[in-house]
Design a protein around this ligand. Sequence first.
Ligand SMILES: [Fe+2]
Length: 279
Amino acid sequence: MLNRRRFLKLSLSAGAAGLGTGLYTWKVEPHWLELVTRPLPICGLPTSLSGARLVQLSDLHVGPRVDDSYILETFERVAALKPEIIAYTGDFISNHYDLFDHTERIYARSPHGRLATVGILGNHEYGRAWSQPHVAERLAALLRAAGIEILRNSVTEVSGLQIVGLDDLWAHHFDPAPALEMVEAGRPMLALSHNPDTVDLPVWNRFRGWVLSGHTHGGQCKPPFLPPPLLPVKNRRYTAGEFELAGDRRMYISRGVGHVMQVRFNVRPEATVFVLESA
Ligand SMILES: [Fe+2]
């Protein structure tokens, strides 16, 4: 039987452990960025891009809930890598619609790729209830002025690699047909689509290859050996990391850099450094 002193000791230890975990979840892990390096095999990759690095930055969520210093430090770490391509996969801000000056100031210091800097919009760029396209227009203009080529259901080409940039699903602006019709089959290609659920829609006929995605933040908190309980996707399989898809496609979901709520547990934020190679 527990005597009173032992009970008190156990309670205090449990309390201290709980407090420690809480502090870690709030103050440490949300700003403990991991640079994840992995290969990105692409069919028909031009030899000039073999070994080139593409850094994916997703879900930065610039705004009052993410420390500016953390974002700027992340920008510096990525810039120091001098990657050939940087791809931003949406949720540049959190849905605070009156912080254009703040957003402009931060993204004026965003890192650029040596060959290209591209980006797509996420749901948070669309304002209240993801339903204010004028907010998205203004943000897209601001980001373009900061040197990021914002693709909205369109295609760009970087040294022979076709990059398809799709607009956001929740904002009802995901409309891939015009972009996918422009893609030339048999040539190297890559797609950016913020919301992982988009890969399950029957729209990808002509597309083969990788889709880089974000949106989930990996669930932000994940009990060991169990899936994260909170995921903003229909397909509960889509947490984070690599997924094999039908139709000769693969998806990579970044855990993202920022957060909406400042909590992360067992789901560190990431910037992904892809090393391009011929498949
Ligand atoms: Fe997000």
